[in-house]
Design a protein around this ligand. Structure first.
Ligand code: ZN
Length: 264
């Protein structure tokens, strides 16, 4: 009888790229190792069979701080909405920033368990321009994205809604901006005081490049951009990604097909 991971990889040919990721928004729960180990079992199994395979683990540290960690100090309240990698590490920590502070402990466990993943940080991916082509594809075809949201999530986005979050040039928050236009290079945005409940935008209106780390894609689109940019062939998803209510996986599949057809 085959083990589950042998059944999963049966018949796979060519180079394989396994991807998984984590948002470092607090001390990581031990249950988060489940995905890490499932992907590692697939990785080891493919390697044993002589398949050319890599396992990459992404640190989603360009996400905004959208909830206070359990051990948060009072100073973090003011920083809600900033990218996790742009928030200072807590006092006494040797980490370079808050994201680094929370993820280091988790990654140390990878080493102890012998997990064969290599790491990448989303701050580096955005700032180095690796996602520029995906960002341009998604913003240029924002009408298709709106249509998918309408069909899949029943979310009716206005015709001037663009799936992008700018790092506000005035307050530095990434979670509060509303993007209303894209001219092929720059996005027009409003750092809206009441866009989200967990952070208050400063009211600044501006126009800035959509590339090289000036902003990020919302997570559903960011996931697509990872598959598109990195050529991911294997990535698991929880049931919460496959339910009727969310259907993120379906959304991803639709958009991956769309991106592949339009930009390759
Ligand atoms: Zn602002």
């Amino acid at each position: 009888m085959s083990m589950w991971f042998e059944t999963t990889i049966k018949g796979l040919t060519g180079q394989q790229r396994i991807n998984d990721s984590k948002t470092p928004s607090g001390r990581v729960h031990i249950g988060s190792l489940r995905g890490v180990l499932i992907h590692d079992a697939l990785y080891r199994s493919l390697k044993d069979q002589g398949v050319d395979v890599i396992y990459e683990y992404g640190i989603d540290d360009y996400d905004p701080l959208d909830g206070l960690p359990a051990d948060a100090g009072a100073e973090l309240v003011e920083m809600m909405g900033l990218p996790l990698c742009n928030i200072p590490a807590p006092q006494g920590s040797t980490a370079t920033d808050l994201a680094d502070h929370y993820i280091t402990e988790f990654l140390d466990i990878f080493k102890e368990l012998g997990v064969g993943a290599t790491f990448y940080r989303m701050r580096d991916v955005y700032r180095s321009g690796q996602f520029n082509a995906a960002i341009d594809a998604i913003l240029t075809k924002a009408d298709v994205v709106r249509q998918v949201y309408r069909e899949v999530s029943k979310a009716d986005k206005p015709s001037n809604w663009y799936p992008f979050q700018v790092v506000c040039e005035q307050c530095g928050k990434i979670g509060a901006s509303e993007v209303t236009d894209y001219d092929g290079k720059e996005v027009t945005y409003y750092c809206k005081p009441d866009l989200v409940s967990w952070a208050k935008g400063c009211g600044y209106r501006g126009k800035v490049s959509a590339f090289d780390g000036h902003g990020k894609l919302p997570w559903k689109l960011e996931w697509i951009a990872k598959w598109y940019t990195f050529g991911v062939t294997i990535e698991g998803g929880g049931k919460d990604h496959c339910t009727k209510a969310d259907r993120a996986m379906f959304l991803n599949n639709v958009c991956v097909q769309f991106l592949a057809a339009n930009h390759r």
